[in-house]
Design a protein. Structure first.
Ligand code: HEM
Length: 535
């Protein structure tokens, strides 16, 4: 009778084999030489200069000098915990993905929550999107579900991501403002990028000031594919729903907490786990076919759109529990490397052009953030199933490969790893045909229908919060033309919303921005599930 938590604590041996306790051990150098005096450097005479030969002084100072590594280029501030995922059902008719292969299957996870814009030392409760990244240590390798706490994103194509992030980070000449979207560069960019309107509504809503990491939803955002044993595929969107409910702060609380307790969210997560109040989320899947996708009035490859639950219900398939804090923030939370390219048999990508770019970006940035090509050997990043290949060498290689042969195929190696054939990862053989081109798909051109749906789904108090947030943020913007363009875009969402913001800013309402492409008025009712107070 192990509980799942006990079982997991025993089964993640490969993750744990590098943990160390200092305790009452003798102090030693990195070369294992005992240190007799850790207070006085070696000097020429009692008041004389330090000696170059003091290898103990030099080793200690040199290591200290190199303690810092670059922070993540986005999502620099975060907090993480260990836990496990339990499958409610056997989903093998839909996917062969290991976590869903049998009822009750337990898979270890490591989850990192983060803000996006702020630097590593910034405050937790800033108005921002939150990252929700889950690393599953499955029987078939690592699967990372690298999501956010909002179901949509600012842009439709990865080629715009560096521009988005440059605009939202501190302005480059004076590096202000820190961890805030309240500045001209940010609003200039989004005002010129009407596809960001839906996400802007979420960002100005209560969703951007969560009460705690424990009370946030998580979303994979993109459309993915699930593949079963006979090779059939369906499309899928991933949703995490907190069992404690989805709750937000109000702006005045968030603003005060930024000063009074910048670690508010970190502390809350840490203390809940220390006290045994383990946070839990249920995983939901929205599963749909390619034929259904064709019939929607939006494109399922467009990350600025969600799939209303009225069109595709969410099926709850399992539960995640976070039950153990990391032993060391740097070794685990800072060095963990999530990547959308980390998929396992049974899970595949869609052609979402934002997702396609992300598949490249994560490992690429981690090569510089974590110093070389071997960061998959850092304990927190290692799969718990065995791994064998012919990749060799590089900075800080840990594994000592035995034997003469490091290539495949070979006839000399005896024990060399060989291809797994049909047991290996298989991409879904989606048909691809067309000309090479740089262009937007037709249904990507509509930007306001779902933004309106989101706004209308909010209660009166929540709509008021959205208006107040736009007023506050835009009141910091110096350039009148930028504010006008934002209002002109919002006029296409709701004239009431735009007029209320304009009034607060003492501005005359501009005419609505010209609408390119088809304007789609959603036929489905606004989903009450989107509203916090209705939950
Ligand atoms: C972190 C790139 C869109 C969620 C990062 C990092 C990069 C990046 C370079 C830092 C990774 C590291 O240093 O370890 C991109 C690009 C995007 C994109 C190029 C679009 C083209 C998104 C979207 C989501 C997302 C749409 C949510 C669905 C995250 C999360 C992290 C992250 C949660 C933090 C992971 C952690 O906790 O370590 N992203 N991102 N990103 N991104 Fe993205």
């Amino acid at each position: 009778g192990d509980t799942p938590a006990q079982g997991i604590n025993r089964s993640i041996g490969p993750l744990d084999q590098n943990r160390a306790d200092g305790g009452e051990q003798a102090l030693s150098s990195n070369q294992g030489v005992a240190i007799g005096d850790n207070q006085n450097s070696l000097k020429a005479g009692i008041r004389g200069p330090a000696l170059l030969e003091d290898f103990l002084l030099r080793e200690k100072i040199t290591h200290f000098d190199h303690e810092r590594i670059p922070e993540r280029v986005v999502h620099a501030r975060g907090s993480a915990a260990h836990g496990f995922f339990e499958a409610y059902d056997d989903l093998s008719d839909i996917t062969i993905a290991a976590p869903f292969r049998q009822t009750g299957k337990v898979t270890p996870v490591f989850v990192r929550f983060s803000t996006v814009a702020g630097e590593r030392g910034s405050a937790d409760t800033a108005r921002d999107v939150r990252g929700f990244a889950v690393k599953f240590y499955t029987d078939d390798g690592i699967w990372d579900l690298v999501g956010n706490n909002m179901p949509v994103f600012f842009i439709q194509d990865a080629i715009k991501f560096p521009n988005l992030v440059h605009a939202l980070k501190p302005e480059p000449h004076h590096a202000m403002p820190q961890a805030s979207s309240a500045h001209d560069n940010y609003w200039d960019f989004v005002s010129l990028m009407p596809e960001s309107t839906h996400m802007l509504l979420w960002q100005m809503s209560d969703r951007a000031i969560p009460r705690s990491y424990r009370t946030m939803q998580g979303f994979g955002v993109h459309t993915f594919r699930l593949i079963n044993r006979v090779g059939d595929a369906v499309f899928c969107k991933f949703h995490w729903n907190p069992l404690a409910g989805t709750h937000a702060l109000v702006w005045d609380e968030a603003a005060k907490l930024m000063g009074a307790d910048p670690d508010f969210h970190r502390r809350d997560l840490w203390e809940a786990i220390e006290q045994g109040a383990y946070p839990q989320w249920e995983l939901g899947l929205q599963i749909f076919t390619e034929a259904q996708a064709e019939a929607f009035d939006f494109d399922v490859l467009d990350a600025t759109k969600l799939i209303p639950e009225e069109l595709v219900p969410v099926r709850t398939v399992g539960r995640m529990t976070l039950h153990r804090n990391p032993d060391n923030f740097f070794a685990e939370t800072e060095q963990v490397a999530f990547c959308t390219a980390h998929v396992i048999p049974g899970i595949d990508f869609s052609n979402d052009p934002l997702l396609q770019g992300r598949i490249h970006s994560y490992v690429d940035t981690q090569i510089s953030r974590l110093g070389g090509a071997n960061f998959h050997e850092i304990p927190i990043n290692r799969p718990v199933n065995p791994l064998h290949n012919n990749q060799r060498d590089g900075m800080h290689r840990q594994t000592i490969h035995r034997g003469r042969v490091n290539y495949e195929p070979n006839s000399l190696g005896g024990g060399c790893p060989h291809q797994a054939g049909y047991l290996g990862y298989a991409s879904f053989p989606a048909a691809v045909d067309g000309e090479k081109l740089r262009a937007k798909p037709l249904k990507f051109a509509e930007h306001y229908g779902q933004a309106r749906m989101f706004y209308l789904s909010q209660t009166g108090a929540e709509q008021r919060h959205i208006i107040d947030a736009f007023r506050f943020e835009l009141s910091k913007v110096q350039t009148p033309a930028v504010r006008q363009r934002v209002l002109a875009n919002l006029a296409n969402v709701s004239t009431g919303l735009a007029a209320a913001i304009a009034e607060g800013l003492g501005m005359v309402m501009p005419p609505p921005a010209p609408v390119s492409g088809l304007t789609v008025v959603p036929e489905y009712a606004p989903s009450p599930a989107l509203s916090l107070t209705a939950r």
